[in-house]
Design a protein around this ligand. Structure first.
Ligand code: 6GU
Length: 227
């Protein structure tokens, strides 16, 4: 998969993609991430990319021309399955949205800043608007990092244990069960004996039961949406 990200702060996105699972996805050639600096595409003096909002009001707006120059220049080399604008007005990201996007081949993400981007870019280029939750971030970069991570780890071959992504919290509308590792007894706090029993059926049943219990307790809303 190819993910291109248009941003005014490309440096901010270097570290999030240089570690752990997303690094492994890149190293294995399963994911390619291309950070595109919006300032490289502006025709305006002093690399200007934003301006005041028509009609007044506080806050700057990213101008249409640099964005459209960047998008059209990228589109000469690649056809995008979706052009995603990261914005608090978007559809809230959840596992289903991430699953669906992980099936695409080429994605372009646009990170907004300040008051957002000129509406004409949204009207004529953006195909999908995504928010990562009901709170306001200073820009779309951290949201793009979250979305890329959620998608990247789902790509076939990225996780070592192929079944691992399928047993994540949310993948079946249930939270994950509790997990334990060595030692069996830490400060007198013991691991549930069933996990040491070696009986896979019993362990599976216990985990399922714990998942349901945990979900009922912590996120009963998830059970309502369970298919
Ligand atoms: Cl995608 N962008 C910004 N600026 N704030 C957000 C967001 C996105 N999602 C939640 N808050």
């Amino acid at each position: 998969m190819q993910i291109d990200i248009i941003t005014v702060l490309p440096d901010l996105l270097v570290s999030p993609f240089s570690h752990s699972i997303i690094k492994r996805a890149k190293d294995k050639g399963l994911l390619s991430i291309n950070l595109v600096n919006l300032r490289d595409y502006t025709p305006y003096a002093r690399a200007q990319i934003d301006d005041y909002s028509f009609g007044g009001g506080a806050g700057m707006v990213l101008m249409a021309e640099p964005l459209v120059n960047a998008i059209e220049s990228l589109q000469k080399k690649i056809t995008y399955d979706d052009i995603i604008y990261l914005t608090p007005d978007g559809k809230t990201l959840n596992q289903q949205v991430a699953n669906n996007l992980s099936l695409k081949k080429n994605l372009l993400m646009i990170c907004g800043h300040y008051k957002g981007i000129d509406q004409r870019v949204r009207d004529h280029f953006v195909t999908c608007e995504i928010s990562i939750g009901d709170y306001v971030l200073s820009g779309g970069e951290l949201a793009a990092a979250v979305l890329t991570d959620a998608i990247g780890r789902l790509l076939p071959g990225v996780l070592n244990d192929e079944s691992s992504a399928l047993t994540d919290s949310f993948q079946d509308h249930l939270l994950a069960p509790p997990v334990y590792t060595r030692p069996e007894n830490f400060r007198g706090w013991k691991v549930p004996p069933v996990l040491l029993s070696g009986n896979h059926k019993l362990i599976e049943d216990w985990r399922e039961e714990q998942s349901v219990q945990r979900t009922q307790q912590l996120r009963p809303d998830l059970l309502k949406n369970k298919p």
